[in-house]
Design a protein around this ligand. Structure first.
Ligand SMILES: Cc1cc2nc3c(=O)[nH]c(=O)nc-3n(C[C@H](O)[C@H](O)[C@H](O)COP(=O)(O)OP(=O)(O)OC[C@H]3O[C@@H](n4cnc5c(N)ncnc54)[C@H](O)[C@@H]3O)c2cc1C
Length: 463
């Protein structure tokens, strides 16, 4: 592929979203000429890297924020059911790629790790009971177990029960078939498989610096960070999967659909266990309820992880304040993102979310001992010497204009597409990587309507 050619598809960012979209499009049409630009010198080094996210194969089994309590005490299970169905699609895609030889053995990126929700206190126990009763009606959740018996809970999660004060009611649900996913290894596997084809080019250390309309295509200006040279490529379809930098690139397209969005970054940190003896005793992901004011994705959890094949134990994420939009971003990112089109919604969202701001400031100021104190709610016997602090990835939440000068902070993901379907972008952060297949199938449906006879599950087509 020469530098001035027009390609069919250009993707900005080599994270899980671009990798998934490129893979699905190439399943639909082997002749598509594709180029992926990545500013870092290797793929999946931002949010998609295993150390930067929690690796939970989100299927709604344990995340209590997906099942909000209604005013009458009943539980709304619809989001958990949707996410379970979406994760099933991702699993189907990955299985098909392993069978085709386009991904290494599944064990290198996905492991079975039971998913538990753990609560304490009578009202949270009542909530969890109602949640369990609501979910088990669906065949996707039929295997969800429930227990209030401390002996059973100690068997499921010894570290969580050991040293715990007696007398406070506790309960948990457990899905034995939960998963831990090394999204970094998965993404790098997908990118490597794509790069084997002559019609696909992956350009690492190449930063997209400008996007503009150019007739029936998009002109993408790219800086080669190794040689410090700039060149341009034309693309008929452009996907912006640049994580925290997506919004600024989307704004450069000038499409009306990009107007009125703002962005708000939340940084993350983990405690990583350094004691092999402690790590060896925990074999589950244990999620709890979020603290007051906490953003829904900051629900703490004590996770057995498999990163680069090694058993790890992480607790968190602790949230924090940052002005960067990527880990490898600039401290000026937040300031640069505010302009005439979004200043009102950004200010309104700030004023309307003071609880969140207070929570983030509080988290940012925690000392190591205070962090360990929070960890002890999940692991009462934890000692500060066995845990070290790690910086996780950051999530850039969307602020969306309400059209009346106000703005709302959103915690989900949002696909933005142009009316002509020539550009698509993914904003927001949650539930994220687990639902990549469903989100990218939505992009295909919206941007290529009618182009392929059955795009719903392209992996079922003969390769
Ligand atoms: C703390 C935390 C915990 C999480 N936990 C989970 C979880 O348990 N389960 C789950 O499913 N999801 C989780 N997520 C969400 C998940 O990590 C993300 O949804 C997913 O990784 C996003 O992938 P992406 O491809 O959109 O972005 P990224 O992986 O961030 O990739 C974007 C890429 O674009 C590149 N880029 C940016 N600008 C440019 C440019 N101008 N030119 C070229 N390249 C550019 C970046 O360098 C980066 O490599 C978590 C996220 C965080 C932060």
């Amino acid at each position: 592929m020469t530098r001035n050619t027009t390609v069919d598809v250009a993707l900005i960012g080599a994270g899980i979203m671009s990798a998934t979209l490129a893979t699905l499009l190439r399943m639909l049409d082997r002749r598509l000429r594709v180029v992926i630009f990545e500013r870092l010198d290797h793929a999946a080094a931002e949010s998609s890297d295993a150390w930067n996210n929690a690796g939970t194969g989100h299927a709604g089994y344990c995340e209590l924020n997906y099942t909000p309590e209604r005013d009458d005490g009943s539980v709304d299970c619809s989001k958990a059911l949707d996410i379970a169905a979406q994760f099933a699609l991702s699993l189907e895609l990955w299985r098909a790629l392993v069978e085709r030889g386009d991904l290494p053995a599944a064990r290198t990126f996905v492991r079975t790790v039971p998913h538990l929700s753990f609560v304490q206190g009578a009202s949270d126990v009542a909530f969890l009971r109602a949640r369990h009763a609501g979910l088990v009606r669906s065949p996707l959740f039929a295997a969800l177990e429930w227990s209030e018996d401390p002996a059973q809970l100690a068997e499921w999660m010894p570290l969580v029960m050991e040293g715990r004060e007696r007398g406070v009611p506790v309960a948990a649900t457990r899905m034995a078939a939960g998963t831990d996913v090394d999204f970094g290894a998965l993404t790098r596997g997908m990118i490597a498989a794509l790069a084997k084809h002559d019609d696909v080019e992956v350009r690492l250390s190449h930063e997209v610096v400008d996007v503009a309309r150019d007739g029936d295509a998009w002109r993408i200006a790219v800086r080669d960070l190794a040689g410090k040279r700039e060149h341009a490529v034309r693309a008929r379809f452009l996907f912006i999967g640049a994580g925290g930098y997506t919004l600024s690139l989307l704004e450069q397209t000038g499409i009306p659909e990009a107007k009125g969005y703002g962005a708000f970054p939340v940084s993350g940190q983990w405690l990583r266990c350094t004691s092999p003896a402690v790590i060896a005793r925990h074999h589950a992901k244990v999620y709890g309820r979020a603290a007051v004011g906490a953003p829904p994705m900051s629900v703490p959890h004590l996770d057995a992880r498999f990163i680069e094949g090694k058993h790890e134990l992480l607790f968190g994420p602790y949230a924090g304040i940052t002005t960067r939009f990527l880990k490898e971003g600039s401290p000026l990112d937040l300031l640069r993102s505010i302009g005439i089109d979004n200043i009102l919604p950004v200010v309104a969202a700030g004023v309307g979310n003071l609880d969140l701001t207070r929570y983030l400031v509080g988290q940012a100021l925690l000392s190591h001992d205070e962090r360990v104190e929070l960890l002890r709610r999940y692991c009462p016997t934890a000692t500060p010497d066995d845990w070290q602090l790690l910086v996780a990835g950051l999530r850039v939440q969307i602020i969306k204009s309400d059209g009346r000068g106000g703005g709302e902070l959103k915690f989900g993901t949002e696909v933005v597409t142009s009316a002509d379907g020539s550009v698509a972008a993914l904003l927001g952060a949650s539930p994220g990587a687990s639902t990549a297949a469903a989100i990218m199938l939505e992009v295909i449906e919206r941007c290529f309507p009618g182009r392929w006879p059955a795009p719903a599950r392209p992996w079922l087509r003969p390769s």
